[in-house]
Design a binder for this molecule. Structure first.
Ligand code: C5P
Length: 423
């Protein structure tokens, strides 16, 4: 295993009989060259002692929020250090707490602080698992980007038979290995992303813009960083928090012309270019350096107001450069890396599929990610999205994947895995 594949895996163990299976998992992960840290709930220690995991992982095992005087904010250290967190077995109780963001012990506090890929392996009695509350909680977690592993169906410790068994250690190991692998998907690659809206000023205080929040582009930037890429983010004016990371370079821009200049300059070095920005198609033809004043109404004379028709100013517009189409053209002209991959986005309100396919061809993109912005619960300003990915196939431009409604984090991860398949 090379160094970039060696990860710090944080195992969160909660109080279920299946906790014993984690001994084997911890051993396998250590053997595979990973650094393994273990956090246990108080209930988990009733099933397997921390000393067992200490011996298997060669690391201290944390059980209490304040049990290490040398590390009074251990939950933050653990969360920051880990590349991946797996909670297994995950009881109905811990699943409910994760869903609601409760942080009342070391494990849940660490999970809440952890910003990387979170996997959970539910383990509980069949009725508890099938209860609508648990089902709704699991669905919510999945939509936020949490990966669920299992449960399996079979004989349970309580004597019942049905879904609720935690999957075996081998399956957990394979899943962790797969995630670690995908987190090296873009190792050493340069990813250029445009995000957010642009603003086209008429005067110092007024501008044309749109409702783009930049969330989709920022989710892609975060996921690309997690997959090992160096990311250059060209960002229009947004209020969303932007990741601070040594592998991220951020360029703030305002207008489409600024964004165009930055993207064109950075593109030749990029392996993957993703244009999520909602670029304004037009800008005012003229810019007034002082605030444009409203025409003054003629003074009323002796109580009599003369009927006047005020002529509203007309703003004439000039077309902005199409950044994506320009990058597509640069690729044709051999000005980008020959294997550079270009991904465009298309926000459509109707006739989504036909427009997206046409746009991919016209702009020279390799992939086009289309979303329906007429739906109010996804897309613009929302935490969630649902997209269709178009690409070139042997029979022309076609749908490659339809990603159903889920968090922008999960959508971003799936987009990267589609446009940059490993191997
Ligand atoms: O034509 P439309 O605006 O729907 O195309 C959307 C795609 O084109 C997005 O990827 C967007 O970032 C890009 N685009 C661009 N420059 C423009 C307009 C759109 O790069 N002026």
């Amino acid at each position: 295993m090379n160094q970039s594949q060696q990860k710090t895996i944080l195992l969160g163990i909660t109080g279920g009989i299946a906790a014993y299976k984690i001994c084997d998992l911890a051993r396998q992960l250590v053997r595979a060259g990973h650094k393994v840290k273990v956090v246990m709930t108080a209930a988990a220690t009733q099933f397997v002692g921390p000393a067992t995991f200490r011996a298997l992982t060669n690391n201290p095992v944390a059980t209490e929020l304040f049990d290490d005087p040398a590390a009074p904010i251990n939950h933050i250290n653990l969360a920051e250090e880990a590349d991946l967190m797996l909670i297994a077995p995950a009881t109905a109780n811990v699943i409910a707490k994760l869903t609601h963001g409760r942080a009342d012990d070391l494990l849940t506090t660490t999970a809440l602080a952890f910003q990387g890929r979170l996997l959970i392996a539910p383990a509980m009695n069949t009725q508890m698992y099938l209860d609508p509350a648990t089902q709704a909680n699991l669905k919510t977690l999945e939509q936020r980007g949490v990966t669920l592993i299992g449960p399996a169906t079979g004989q349970l410790a309580c004597g019942d038979s049905g879904p609720g068994r935690m999957v075996e250690a081998d399956e957990l190991f394979d899943k962790v290995a797969e995630c670690v692998h995908s987190s090296t998907l873009l190792a050493g690659k340069k990813v250029l992303i445009s995000a957010g809206p642009t603003r086209e000023y008429l005067d110092p205080v007024r501008y044309l813009s749109n409702r783009s929040s930049g969330k989709m582009g920022l989710a892609l930037a975060r996921e690309a960083l997690r997959a090992g890429a160096g990311v250059q983010l060209v960002l229009g004016p947004v209020t969303e928090p932007v990741p601070v990371d040594p592998h991220l370079t951020r360029r703030d821009v305002v207008s489409a012309e600024d964004m165009h200049a930055c993207m064109t300059e950075a593109a030749p070095k990029a392996d993957l270019i993703i244009c999520t920005a909602a670029v304004s198609d037009y800008r005012p033809s003229e810019y007034s350096s002082s605030k444009i004043k409203k025409p003054v109404q003629p003074q009323a004379q002796s109580g009599f107001v003369a009927p006047v028709t005020l002529i509203a100013p007309i703003v004439s517009l000039t077309e902005n450069p199409d950044i994506l189409a320009g990058l597509g053209q640069m690729k044709v002209e051999g000005k980008l890396r020959s294997d550079a991959v270009i991904v465009g986005f298309a926000a459509e309100t109707d006739n989504m599929e036909a427009s997206a396919a046409e746009k991919l061809e016209r702009k020279g993109a390799d992939f086009l990610v289309a979303n329906d912005v007429s739906a109010t619960d996804i897309g613009f300003e929302s935490e969630q999205n649902a997209v269709t990915i178009f690409g070139k196939t042997a029979v022309g431009v076609d749908v490659l994947r339809r990603l159903e409604k889920s968090s922008k984090t999960l959508i971003a991860r799936q987009i990267l895995e589609t446009v940059y398949p490993r191997g």
